[in-house]
Ligand binder design. Structure first.
Ligand code: GDP
Length: 315
């Protein structure tokens, strides 16, 4: 077991949803958390990253920084998604290796797996088929990051590990209706429908696709668990193993915010893949379990959206 006590932990990407959850969690546990805004260190600039790590000497590094975005953003800016993500991960890993950090955790997402991977998706599905074309830029960069972490482990014997989270939601999410994922979009739509007294609320697609959702605080818990208990070249999936239909999620969201009107399914909008579930049996076999059920988690996300003025402003 890797002991985190007394260690300084650099969370690269602390302003994102995942980074923010990690800061909350590690500070609550009394750990020394190191963060730096872009004014201090621009992660695509190698010299800045190396100078920062050499000066601050973190013991542990978590790569939660990435250029992220939905279908439209990937299509409009493929260079940003491929180039920036490659540089961010390469710069951080090189600096961490040079400074002799004790442990590094690299984060990706389920879109690294082939478009037609068998469900649920196991870690072994990586590089077994073509990627989903719409997010291939981001996926290629993340696959390179997994392989780079593995290469540092193989060539230099460093304790670099990679974790691939399922679909996430929670405080700090993106609530922009055109670029967000389904949960923040439906939360916002349900609140607005309730407040305006609308009779209906629109859900994209048929409502039948199956998805797996994890509250970002559960992810932070799993990542702390992996830092302490996982040390292996292969990346590891982080999911709940539980699926729901989009229609079910929409209904829970309406209950949560108190919208009592009807759901209208807009079939002119795409369903996307019919089923997306990670196989997290390796993590679950290690004894980790998610703690936050979907109803409870959605209530928390709603509270964050209603109470947090900056979330509302950026929405
Ligand atoms: P995906 O998991 O990569 O497909 O990404 P999304 O979270 O954007 O979409 C998941 C599912 O939710 C898809 O079937 C969407 O059609 C459906 N969905 C229903 N309503 C919405 C909405 O308002 N916004 C988004 N983004 N998806 C929605």
């Amino acid at each position: 077991m890797f002991d985190l006590s007394g260690k300084t932990i650099w969370i690269a990407g602390h302003r994102g949803m995942v980074g923010g959850a990690l800061v909350r969690r590690l500070q609550r546990d009394g750990h020394r958390v190191l963060t730096a805004g872009r004014d201090r260190v621009d992660l695509v600039r190698q010299a800045e990253v190396e100078a920062f790590v050499a000066a601050e000497r973190p013991d542990v590094v978590i790569v939660a920084a990435a250029r992220v975005g939905g279908i439209a953003a990937n299509a409009a800016r493929p260079v940003d998604f491929l180039h920036d993500n490659l540089l961010i991960e390469a710069n951080i890993m090189r600096a961490a290796a040079d400074a002799g950090v004790a442990k590094l955790l690299f984060l990706g997402s389920s879109c690294i797996y082939p478009r037609d991977a068998a469900q649920p998706m196991t870690e072994a599905a990586l590089l077994t088929g073509p990627l989903e074309a719409t997010n291939q830029w981001y996926a290629i960069a993340k696959i390179a990051g997994i392989k780079l972490a593995e290469a540092y482990r193989q060539q230099h014997g460093l304790d670099f590990i990679s974790a691939m989270p399922t679909n996430l939601y929670g405080p700090g999410d993106n609530y922009d209706l055109e670029s967000s994922h389904v949960i923040p979009a439906l939360l916002r739509k349900a609140i607005e429908a309730r407040d305006s007294g609308a009779a209906t609320m629109t859900v994209w697609g048929s409502g039948t696709p199956l998805r797996e959702f994890m509250h970002v605080d559960d992810l932070a818990d799993a990542l702390v668990f992996l830092l302490q208990n996982y040390s292996s070249p292969e990346h590891i999936n982080v999911g709940t193993g539980q699926e729901v239909t989009i229609a079910e999620v929409a209904r829970i969201i309406c209950d949560t915010v108190g919208f009592t009107g009807e759901l209208v399914f807009d079939r002119s909008r795409p369903d996307g893949t019919p089923r997306k579930l990670m196989d997290s049996s390796r993590l679950l076999a290690m004894g980790w379990r998610p703690q936050i059920g979907l109803r409870e988690g959605l209530a928390d996300a709603w509270r964050d959206f209603s109470e947090n003025p900056t979330t509302r402003l950026s929405a």
